[in-house]
Design a protein around this ligand. Sequence first.
Ligand code: HEM
Length: 502
Amino acid sequence: MFLIAPSLLSILAGILLWFIARRWTPASSKSRKKLPPGPRGLPIIGNLHMLGHTPHRALNDLSKKYGPIMFLKLGSVPTVVISSPSAAELVLKTHDNVFSDRPRLDAVEHITNSYKGMLFSPPYSPDWRKTKKFSIQQLLNAAKIESFAGVRREEVGALLASIKTAAAGGEVVDLSEMVGELIENVTYKMLFGFRNEKKYGLKRIVHEVTALMGAFNIAEYVPFVKPFDLQGLYKRMKAVRKAKDNLVGEIINKHEEDARNGTKKGNMDFVDMMLSSKIFSSADKLDQENIKSLLFELIIGAIDTSCTWIEWTMAELLRSPGAMRRLQDELEANVGLDRMVEEKDLPKLQYLEMVIKETGRLHPPAPLLIPRELMEDIEINGYHIPKKSRVIVNAWAIGRDSSIWPNINADDFIPERFIDSDVNILGHDFVLLPFGYGKRMCPGAKLGLLNVKLIVSHLAHGFNWELPKGRSPSEMDMDEAFGLVTAKSKHLLAIPSYRLLC
Ligand code: HEM
């Protein structure tokens, strides 16, 4: 008894001292730091099991319980989820300088093998600075975008002609497929001067890379399973990297050859511009690796995002005949029925603007933006967020929050909610964030919006649309296929009938 008592006492004394030490440790010490609230996780997987098939929806439900700054553990990765405009402003504007890194994803490491472009490079790195500056100033500026108006006219004209033929035969068209091809053709012509020629297999490669980058890779959250490649992702990454490198190399070589031989025809495309940057001062000059990375990033940044936005807009318009009618009335009043829409008409189309904002609110193509990583420990709203936390901004949740979008049900497609509202689509108010905001904001927003508005206006102006097999709009399938870009899970099929006099 006497032998046990002193050791028991010393244990109790030890526990007491530990509590006292914790109680009086200065606030800056780690043990006193308060993480944002969040659900309790399981060993090893943390909260991964809570994400389900549509993580933007699952995270929205959780944030209703735990608040707009929520802390989770995705496997071993500390993660902060942001779900309100004021919290988004803190992350994307007030503290943008520390919230603007990107996580090192295995798909990026294995497919690109370098951080020489802008999409995944650390901010402030010389490669990120020069590729972003070059893209904004030289490639995606208003004058350069305008210089490709002829390409857009030609490609949109070809799409409308094939839909007109289908309309004459009463055929069902796959709008998702057709819009996808159109955006690909327009983008490829701008970037490297030719359409999606099958021999390059570009489409397959782009889809594989996007799928791998958006894939939920368990090994990144539970690292000890990595050597087993349980999902077969690492094998696919290796295979596509080779195909991608060959393809990008071939495109660049062809441009260099044309420049040497003086055989270049037509407008300078983006690859020509990138190659000509070699004459810039050394700080701004793009090297061969920058060009390869940037070219591929522009391809993957531009295509699925714009297609998805158009697909959701057309789906919502098909479900809302009143909104479609109002858009068609606006087009008739401003353009008439005896000619096609032109780019110069777009600024006059107020209702179109509201329709595009409404789809950007309900279906932001990248509902969780692109993940960021916190560069140093930070305190916000009294919470401590540790360095290297993954940061997810749930743009989808903000778009559906009924306290931000009052009066009319936030889940309903009602473009009229933007009448008398000057909410900015480029994120300035932090309530509509389809392009993100801040240092990492999308550099292609203006081009993306132009393509989306142009194509939606042509489809609504040129045709009336019905669902196949006499299905009613309320029966339309609106399920989502979650990914970096979240498209409709099933293609949008519809029957057109031509309505113009030209
Ligand atoms: C309408 C279509 C588009 C949408 C909805 C969209 C959306 C986005 C979003 C949400 C981000 C991440 C922003 C953040 O992290 O805060 C982003 C970044 C990016 N986008 Fe877009 N985008 C579109 C069109 C384009 C186009 C046309 C291009 C290029 C031609 C492009 C190239 C990029 C690139 C390179 C980045 C990475 C920027 C960086 O990390 O610094 N996007 N985009």
